[in-house]
Design a protein around this ligand. Sequence first.
Ligand SMILES: NC(=O)c1ccc[n+]([C@@H]2O[C@H](COP(=O)([O-])OP(=O)(O)OC[C@H]3O[C@@H](n4cnc5c(N)ncnc54)[C@H](OP(=O)(O)O)[C@@H]3O)[C@@H](O)[C@H]2O)c1
Length: 257
Amino acid sequence: MTPTLDTFDLSDRRALVTGGSRGIGYAAATALARRGAAVALTGRKEDALNAAVKDLRGFGADARGYVCHQGNPEAIVQLFEQLDRDHFLLDTLVLNAATNPVAGPLLELDLDAWRKIVEVNLTGALLTAQAAARRMLTRQKGSIIFIASIAAIDPLAGLGAYSVSKAGVLGLMRAFAKELGAKGIRVNAVAPGLIETRFSAALFQDRAAYEKIVGQTALGRHGQPDDVAGAVVYLASEASAYVSGQVLIVDGGGRMG
Ligand SMILES: NC(=O)c1ccc[n+]([C@@H]2O[C@H](COP(=O)([O-])OP(=O)(O)OC[C@H]3O[C@@H](n4cnc5c(N)ncnc54)[C@H](OP(=O)(O)O)[C@@H]3O)[C@@H](O)[C@H]2O)c1
């Protein structure tokens, strides 16, 4: 009998997860590590990173943390220089870190808030993807996974700038997918719906907004970070070998068609 290959196996993979110290990033890093990948996490706060790395190592994962603010281009350069020094030759990138410092109508949006959102969510994502892809190109192999949002497809009222940045993330994903596909690098996005994390805490407190979002889901509930992690594993693995330029919506069936 021919042995069946486990196409979800990630042994010998090296994954960088930005914003990996908690929430969706941490759940994704955990799921990747449980499938055998070595993981490197980034975040702004060293204590949180250390705690996450300790938890991952607790079940035997090869994990390490790097302080890096995704809104700081120089910090991104330093991150990749350090990864090179550590011989962490990544083949998987999960671009998960993002910010949203404001809520309110676009008409009242402060220019500094706009700049911050664009710097972290879009410019930082571009620079990180560039640096990672250059390294993946040397081996003509890799998977880049952008964590977008359903707000990229249908803007959330009151979160206009954030929604626009996530629509930009989908544009980045598709442009990279076209440019890198023939060179062995697949590029996709995951678009989560409402997931219970620190990032979304305000939406959980706004009961009317919460009920509206959850009421539109086929599954009748909000998501947990682990609900998103499986989609990341799929897109990182050979199970998705013929998938690129796609958006995988993980929102409990809130959007269909
Ligand atoms: N939660 C949701 O409902 C939801 C829905 C759709 C999409 N998303 C997307 O999912 C991703 C993760 O969100 P989450 O809900 O898991 O958030 P979270 O629980 O607040 O975690 C955010 C992570 O990113 C790090 N981070 C924040 N700003 C950063 C920066 N400037 N540079 C580097 N790291 C940074 C945080 O660590 P430090 O604070 O130490 O930096 C933390 O590790 C984001 O892209 C978000 O837009 C979330």
